[in-house]
Design a protein around this ligand. Structure first.
Ligand code: PEP
Ligand code: MG
Length: 837
């Protein structure tokens, strides 16, 4: 028997039987048979019933290949009829027998004959009259008497379950859980153990871990005189399983069967190599194990269960690594809306930075800061964020934007800060004047009202649902230790600030793969110096202002180097267009005119002069480096001086300097000459010996195509897949959110290419770039540092084309380490001819 043919439940029951557990007689129907029945084939009930002896009472349960794919509900007590009822009245008493018959009539009528369930509610008193009424109602509604023949009952049950599986709703539901289109259903027919009758009879469910934390502890309930999962739905009449101060327990009332049950549970864990939930029945004090399924578990429990199974020697550490999905690991890094909590969804946007946050609505960065200073959590709601919002984002607990996609400003910064963020919630109307949000259903949310952003699902919720806290416990660390031992590609972090770098280190990134230096200029004090620099009329004036920025940058870099303690730090030189640093409204320009002591008209003229039709394709990145070289020279000096200082204080630093937006080899030559000259000057001034590496960010298609020319002028190349995607598609990363969902829905793109690396197109440029670079400089260091870097598919692709490392937001580092390990293990298993998965 195999799960591919008979389903997971049947396979599991077979293993329990082989482990000598008291499982009642069971017959499993394979997918093929069930499929034939759904198509109109007649079930061979004679052959099935032959296994069970005369007048059996049976249950039928679904057995899909993966238990998570679900299936129709179980049907119990098949075989109940007038004759059997009369016999059971003698054996277990009239009330118990009538109760069973009524339950069967109810489930047969509603699930098999598909009659209105309101006509078949269970009576409080299961007596003769109630039974007569139920049988009469059935006959009236179904136009035939209640079937008395067990063969006919069983055939109808099998047919209805088989058809339910093939129905459209069931297909959609299981597809959402990842089941393939043609997933099969097996059915398990089992002898009933009644759980109703004399002595200690009843049923219950037991598991040996807490489903939320994964901690080892017995949980579950037992209900006397009951069947199936009744105990879980019961109130105070249900018993605890182990001794409990709150009330009586099965352990005290039935110590022997309880001990046997616990022993079965332990055996199942060890031999099935999994934490199982066991459905059991006691009949006249004797234990029967009816069913066992994998314990349903939250993310935290997933990690702990896998690690403890490995620590107990039940599975290997590599198998533990394979069992946890990276998404589950990411969820542990953040607070989340508790599984099962009520969610009042206002709208859905793009899940841009995971975790959930609740707070009061604010509509400006200034209000966010004011809210934080009052100690109130706030959600910053903006049409889209700009660099001017950074301080507001730091002050907020979550961010919601109406526009933008996964690589828009809010998304990138949110991920860097570990700040839950939903972007592109384009159904929301933002009325900034009236300071309110209008939801698609017309509900209005004013400033100060509480909302929750769920950056894991992309949902925006009204109010404050129950949350679960982040959990970086020992099991989490252990799993990642095992992952690191298995993986074969490096994982670095994109980190711009000391706080990011600290997070990166805590998550054990192997260095910083991208430090975007421009983010360092947005603090109030620096922003005004930066603006002075932009307004400088002559090279001399500019140099004088840059002198003031130099110590600030030196301090920034020294701090990063110290935090990273000798691990590589790759600093990208200034990238954005200068106008991003200038105010965008009149009020801002007026205060800038005050600060610079210039007429307002001069300021306006300068801002206008710097405006570009296409700033992302304009004067930015290396183009600034070539035309306004003083900025890069200041940054290079700051890096070298910080290198010398940090190397004196701690581990030796070899900084990596990266040039953005290169499209031509000559750009690299020009910048390299100047940076080398700065290095010589610093050496001559200080006498301190230091080394550095120069690299190029490959983020224009031309740089990828000409990587062979560029590589000899540098020591490393890092693919910036955000801009490379933008330019390969000719698709604005800040505006794509507006139509991306329509595009994905219409299958123009299989996925948002800013979210999932486009292997076919952008990937071809990466492959070409990597090959051409290596052809001209064998062994050159290659990496990805765009937002894709942390995703499993991009890591798989990076391994396939032989990149040395990926770099991603600090909060994605743990999931990236796990994905990289899983890919390496899967490759080895294929190599060894083992089964993968
Ligand atoms: C990129 O373009 O891929 C990148 C990493 O840089 P940024 O997102 O800062 O443009
Ligand atoms: Mg870029």
């Amino acid at each position: 028997m195999s799960a591919d043919i008979h389903g997971g439940r049947a396979k599991c029951l077979q293993r329990l039987i082989r482990l000598n557990m008291p499982v009642p007689k069971t017959v499993a129907l394979p997918f093929r048979t069930v499929h034939r029945i759904a198509a109109g084939g007649v079930p061979d009930t004679g052959a099935i019933l032959a296994h069970f002896g005369p007048q059996p009472l049976l249950s039928v349960r679904p057995s899909s290949q993966d238990p998570d794919w679900g299936g129709p509900g179980a049907i119990l007590n098949i075989g109940m009829c007038d004759v059997r009822h009369a016999q059971l009245c003698d054996e277990i008493g009239e009330r118990a027998a009538t109760s069973l018959y009524l339950r069967f009539i109810q489930s047969f009528a509603t699930h098999v004959a598909r009659l209105d369930d309101e006509m078949f509610t269970l009576p409080d008193t299961p007596d003769h009259e109630a039974l007569a009424l139920a049988l009469r109602t059935y006959e009236e509604e179904a136009d035939e008497p209640f079937p008395q023949d067990v063969g006919r009952q069983l055939a109808d049950v099998l047919r209805s379950m088989a058809r339910a599986w093939e129905g459209t709703t069931a297909r959609i539901l299981r597809k959402a859980k990842g089941a393939p289109e043609d997933a099969g259903l097996g059915l398990v027919v089992q002898q009933m153990v009644l759980g109703v009758g004399p002595g200690d009879s009843g049923s219950g469910v037991i598991q040996f871990v807490d489903p939320l934390t994964g901690e080892r502890q017995v949980t579950g309930r037992y209900l006397s005189q009951s069947q199936g999962r009744d105990a879980l739905a019961a109130g105070s009449e249900a018993l605890y399983l182990t001794r409990d101060p709150r009330g009586p327990s099965l352990e005290e009332l039935c110590p022997e069967p309880f001990a046997e049950l616990v022993a079965c549970g332990e055996r199942a864990r060890a031999r099935l190599r999994e934490e199982m939930q066991i459905e059991f029945t006691l009949h006249g004090g004797r234990l029967a194990i009816l069913d066992a399924i994998r314990v349903n578990r939250g993310s935290r429990a997933k990690v702990r269960i896998a690690v403890e199974l490995a620590e107990d020697g039940i599975i290997s550490p590599e198998e533990a690594v394979m069992r946890v999905d990276p998404q589950a690991l990411s969820e542990l890094l953040h607070r989340q809306v508790a599984p099962g909590a009520a969610r009042d969804v206002i709208t859905r946007g793009i899940a841009a930075s995971p975790g959930a946050a609740r707070g009061r609505i604010v509509f400006s960065a200034t209000d966010a800061q004011a809210s934080a200073s009052r100690g109130e959590d706030c959600i910053l709601v903006r049409r889209e964020t700009t660099p001017e919002d950074i301080r507001g984002m730091h002050a907020a607990v979550g961010v919601l934007t109406v526009r933008g996609g996964v690589t828009s400003h809010a998304a990138v910064i949110g991920r860097g800060l570990g700040l839950p963020c939903v972007v592109g919630a384009s159904d929301l109307r933002l009325d900034r004047k009236a300071k309110r949000l209008v939801a698609p259903d017309g509900r209005r949310f004013a400033e100060g009202e509480t909302i929750t952003v769920d950056g894991t699902t992309g949902e925006v919720l009204a109010g404050a649902p129950v949350m679960v806290e982040a959990a970086l416990d020992g099991a989490f660390q252990q799993l990642l230790d095992w992952a690191d031992a298995a993986r074969d590609i490096g994982v670095r972090a994109n980190a711009d600030t000391p706080a990011d770098a600290q997070t990166a280190r805590n998550f054990r990134a192997e260095g910083i793969g991208l430090c975007r230096t421009e983010h360092m200029f947005f603090e109030a004090e620096r922003l005004s110096v930066m603006r002075e620099m932009i307004f400088a009329d002559t090279g001399e004036d500019r140099a004088a202002v840059l002198e003031r920025l130099l110590p600030m940058q030196r301090g920034d870099f020294a701090e990063l180097f110290e935090i990273m303690a000798g691990s590589p730090v790759c600093i990208r030189l200034f990238d954005p267009p200068l106008h991003e640093f200038l105010p965008s409204d009149r009020q801002g320009m007026r205060s800038l005119a005050d600060v610079l002591d210039l007429p307002l008209s001069d300021v306006e003229a300068r801002v206008e002069a710097l405006e570009e039709y296409n700033p992302m394709l304009g004067m930015r990145g290396v183009r600034l480096g070539v035309t306004v070289p003083e900025i890069y020279e200041m940054q290079a000096r700051a890096i070298f001086e910080a290198t010398i200082a940090a190397s004196k204080r701690g581990a030796k630093v070899v900084p990596e300097i990266m040039i953005p937006l290169v499209s031509a080899m000559r750009e690299v030559e020009l910048v390299k000459t100047r940076i080398d000259a700065v290095a010589v000057n610093v050496y001559n001034e200080t006498g301190a010996d230091f080394a550095y590496k120069l690299g190029v960010m490959v983020e224009t298609p031309r740089a990828a195509l000409r990587a062979g020319d560029i590589a000899p002028h540098c020591q490393f190349l890092s693919f910036g897949t955000n801009d490379l995607t933008q330019m390969t598609y000719g698709l604005s990363r800040d505006d794509a959110g507006r139509f991306m969902s329509a595009y994905v829905k219409a299958r123009v793109f299989p996925e948002d290419p800013f979210h999932t690396l486009d292997i076919d197109g952008v990937g071809e440029l990466l492959t070409m770039g990597a090959e051409r670079a290596r052809d001209s400089v064998p062994g050159i260091t290659l990496s990805i540092c765009g937002e894709h870097g942390g995703s499993r598919s991009a890591i798989a692709f990076s391994r396939a084309i032989g990149l040395d490392y990926v770099s991603c937001s600090p909060f994605r580092v743990p999931a990236a380490r796990l994905s990289a390990a899983q890919l390496a293990i899967a490759d080895r298993q294929i190599g060894d001819g083992l089964e993968v998965g």
